[in-house]
Write a protein that binds this ligand. Sequence first.
Ligand code: SF4
Ligand code: SF4
Length: 307
Amino acid sequence: MKEEKKEILEKHGYALTGEESGVKLCHWVREKLIRGRSCYKEDFYGIECHRCLQMSPSLDVCNQSCLFCWRYQDYEDRDKVEFDEPEEIVSRSLEVQKDLVSGFRGDDRCSERMWKEARLPNQVAISLSGEPTMYPHLSDLIEEYEKRGMTTFLVSNGTRPELLAELDSLPTQLYITLSAPNKDIFKKLCVPSSKKLWNKIIESLELLPSFETRTVVRHTLVKNWNIGWELEYADMIERAEPNFIEAKGYVFVGDSRSRMSLDNMPSHETIMGFAKKESRLLGLDILAEKKSSRVVLIGSEETDPDI
Ligand code: SF4
Ligand code: SF4
């Protein structure tokens, strides 16, 4: 990675774990340790968010430049990048997380027990900057984390179905983001690097039923851009048969503030309205909601909660 980019990422709070990989302490780890507030994934899926490690093996590579992305973009060409080895990334990321939480010791608001637990993450979110399926050793990376007894959440933009199909080790939870109801909106909102990527996302969605793991389709909903078209979204989701759907409102944070405006943040009521229409079309239920995160969980009440 170029030195200037490293400096920018470090300024933004990233801790590098190699040339192309890194960790950033999630805002919710702090919230949990200090205020006892958890992220919606703790509420929905039962992870312990103070024990969650947020990382990426491909910080500087993505084939989209989504307008709503909160990360610093200016991505590098994948062919020019030298990726780090999975074992190295995993052991360094665990060490770095220990350092990142070290400052909470001694803070009266953080209990000694929680602090000790935070030093030993048992969950990894492979979903920081960059697209993780650009990383050629993704399967080994997942395996390395799982060997250490950690659950793994992988968030992909869905543009590399061939890599997903080759995964020998599956994550505990596999997310595919679906942020556009059609190719035209996808092109304008997600700014893909190639015309083929829309069809690749459809391919990934069609592949989803073949994975023997928990699957989630996530919508990032941006007011005045991609809300509505419930029928189009439902058609695509029907092919993916995910265990869950997350309808999540865009949040005006990070670098997205230079591309979006505060007005692009939908209200929770708008998200719920969308979720109700989509779930009705799919014959599914509203399972949960978290107003403060503007997110609604859709699925079937008959789904085994232990999936
Ligand atoms: S699951 Fe996501 S939001 Fe929750 S603590 Fe981990 S990285 Fe943060
Ligand atoms: S796919 Fe993800 S990392 Fe890439 S630009 Fe979009 S939101 Fe950002």
